[in-house]
Design a binder for this molecule. Sequence first.
Ligand SMILES: [Fe+2]
Ligand SMILES: [Fe+2]
Length: 172
Amino acid sequence: MAHPPPSGEPLQEFLANLIEERYPQDGLHGHLHPLRLLAVAPEFCDRYGLPESAFLWAIAFHDIARDNDDEDEAHGRAGAEELAAIHPDACTDLVEALLVQHCLSQEPSGPFAHEVAFFKDLDALDRLRFGPASDIHYVMITGDRGEWEEVFRELLACREWEEMMATVSRIL
Ligand SMILES: [Fe+2]
Ligand SMILES: [Fe+2]
């Protein structure tokens, strides 16, 4: 059985390695998608007062169980089950809610609706990867949306984690 990250190893780096191992190299839900989310998550959480470590865990597992690029409302729960199996301590009620609800079409609900809404926004901002036809109206945040769009546009050009981190530290 796998263990949580050894103390001392930054969680963000531990999860970046896990993503690189577990997600496909290419494709709309390949490893660069969660890596971009992971790269901006600390800044995103800081600005909106959201719990960073829960967001990092949820990012790493939110599309891990995806086996297609279609609409699929089941992969969030499957990701939560996988997290609970390998890192049970990390699968808190909040993380489970983020995972399960991120791919549901219904409005966020329950005690973590606020956090789920922001998590869905973070995921939706990266829809820019779908190209010119991407539909950013999925994003619910109104205030800083344009600014985050700019950040993701720059990150989309990066091909490696190190490159992303360097870009993030330059633009945020
Ligand atoms: Fe997803
Ligand atoms: Fe996603």
